[in-house]
Ligand binder design. Structure first.
Ligand code: FES
Length: 107
């Protein structure tokens, strides 16, 4: 099963199994990970699942759809070129080991 490693702002990290087809947000919230909220349930309507994708992985993700790009303008923490909504990151075998950084705040 693929895994995701989340890195917190303080440098600590946690790794989780991530079933193929699940979103990174679902994996984080299901594990009770601090710092990823997912208030809208994954419909790209809240931006509380904002993450920074490690630069080694950013080009392996599909291009964001217009609704994701729109919500990325509403992130509580600074938007970077590596910003994505974790609810829009669907896990696949090719994303095994992806590294996502949790922003300092989501609200
Ligand atoms: S969970 Fe709301 S935008 Fe991702």
């Amino acid at each position: 099963m693929p895994t995701i490693r989340f890195i917190h702002p303080d440098g600590s990290s946690r790794e989780f199994d991530a079933p193929v087809g699940s979103s990174a947000m679902q994996v984080a919230t299901g594990a009770g990970l601090h710092g990823v909220i997912g208030e809208c349930g994954g419909s790209a309507m809240c931006a509380t699942c904002h993450v920074y994708v490690d630069e080694a992985w950013i080009d392996r993700l599909p291009t964001p759809l217009p609704n994701e790009l729109e919500m990325l303008e509403c992130t509580a923490s600074e938007r970077l070129t590596t910003s994505r909504l974790s609810c829009q990151i669907k896990m696949s075998a090719g994303l095994d080991g992806i590294v996502l950084r949790v922003p300092a705040t989501q609200q």
